[in-house]
Design a protein around this ligand. Structure first.
Ligand SMILES: *Cc1c(COP(=O)(O)O)cnc(C)c1O
Length: 357
């Protein structure tokens, strides 16, 4: 299908901030966006690329009241020859489809949305920064726009994609973070929406995050909602533990977001000859192994930071210091390998890169 492009008027076009050290995260949208409408009876229709700008929305739009929304996020990188490269974009669209299914959002045409995404990146290719660690963040989102105050799945929706250049996550080096084991609040319960990337999960997490911040921690480590024993994940990252001869991460049981970075890191670790286990891990096991010296590394894995070493773990008023608060060698090696692959500086044995512009 042809996707019409309405370019921003000459003179109205903004340019990417010149100082790539001050990009932050999601502050400077590019000049265009992709839109696709849905109406019951018509299906998904009218794909188009238009100048970036605010939506006019009915105050009764269902997304504003009942949160029928899903999103995803991945990055485009500037390769060594100036090309723009996406990392596993189709896996993100598949996950967006699975999230949509959970939220009763009608299935969207993945191929068409993929084409729209590529075309949008081509139109705004100059917005892809090139300094080490920077990237162009791609944010597809679906919202229920139908004005209706009864609770049911909406019959009018909007799928859109916006792009923002984002800064390096580690401008001053690969710095470990501190996380607090959360015992009062829970993120997701069995049968809930924990495995969907949907706004409700993030709204529900804010209070714990604010309280952890006030206590001096960067993020929280969520435990399972039923027994409050099993480790689940961090704010927007999955969590990985390196015990002596085993790399362990909680299994995807419905309450955890199936991270693409998680999958990439596990695949690479297996190919490095490391024993990888997706198995339940209790906070008790983590604490015991920290005390016995078997806990060698802890790191978060997610698109934003790629790999985020954990230097300090707060639990019941005590702090476990991991590796003296320094990043571990496995986290370093995986970070290097994966970021080299993503940016086109290293080999891509898995076919995860897609040159798009
Ligand atoms: C997005 C996200 C992740 C990581 O997924 P990636 O595909 O690796 O970016 C993990 N947990 C939560 C809650 C998330 O929202």
């Amino acid at each position: 299908m042809d996707i019409p492009v309405q370019l921003v008027k000459p003179g109205m076009a903004r340019s990417k901030p010149a100082d790539e050290s001050k990009l932050g995260f999601g502050i400077y949208p590019s000049n265009h966006m992709f839109l696709l409408d849905y109406q019951t009876g018509l299906g998904w229709h009218s794909p188009r690329i238009v100048p970036f700008g605010p939506f006019l929305m009915n105050p009764a739009a269902m997304v504003l009241h009942y949160g029928q929304e899903v999103f995803d996020g991945h990055k485009a990188y500037r390769g060594p020859k100036g090309e723009v490269v996406l990392f596993r974009p189709k896996d993100n669209l598949k996950r967006l489809s699975r999230s949509a299914e959970r939220l009763c959002i009608p299935p969207f045409p993945e191929d068409l949305v993929y084409q729209g995404m590529i075309k949008l990146i081509q139109v705004d290719r100059d917005w892809t920064p090139s300094s080490p660690g920077t990237s162009l963040y791609v944010r597809p989102t679906i919202i229920a726009t139908e004005p209706h105050l009864g609770v049911r799945p909406a019959e009018e929706l909007l799928l859109y994609i916006i792009l923002c250049p984002v800064g390096a996550y580690y401008p001053e080096g690969f710095a470990p973070v501190s996380i607090l084991v959360e015992e009062s609040y829970v993120r997701a319960a069995p049968g809930g929406v924990g495995e969907a990337k949907t706004s409700a999960n993030y709204a529900a997490s804010l209070k714990a995050q604010v309280e952890a911040h006030d206590k001096g921690y960067t993020q929280v480590l969520w435990l399972d909602a039923v027994e409050r024993r099993f480790v689940e994940e961090v704010g927007t990252m999955n969590i990985v533990f390196k015990f002596k001869d085993e790399l362990v991460t909680p299994p995807l049981g419905g309450t955890i977001l199936p991270g693409i970075t998680r999958d990439s890191v596990l695949t690479m670790a297996r190919d490095m000859g490391i024993k990888v286990s997706e198995r339940p891990v209790t906070i008790g096991e983590v604490v015991d192994k920290a005390k016995s010296g078997e806990l060698e590394e802890v790191f978060g894995v997610g698109t934003a930071a790629v790999i985020s070493p954990v230097g300090r773990l707060g639990y019941r008023g005590q702090d476990l210091t991991i590796r003296g608060g320094e990043a571990g060698p496995l986290a370093q090696e995986l970070f290097q390998k994966l970021t080299d692959l993503q940016s086109g500086r290293g080999p891509d044995p898995y076919g995860w890169r897609e040159v798009v512009a």
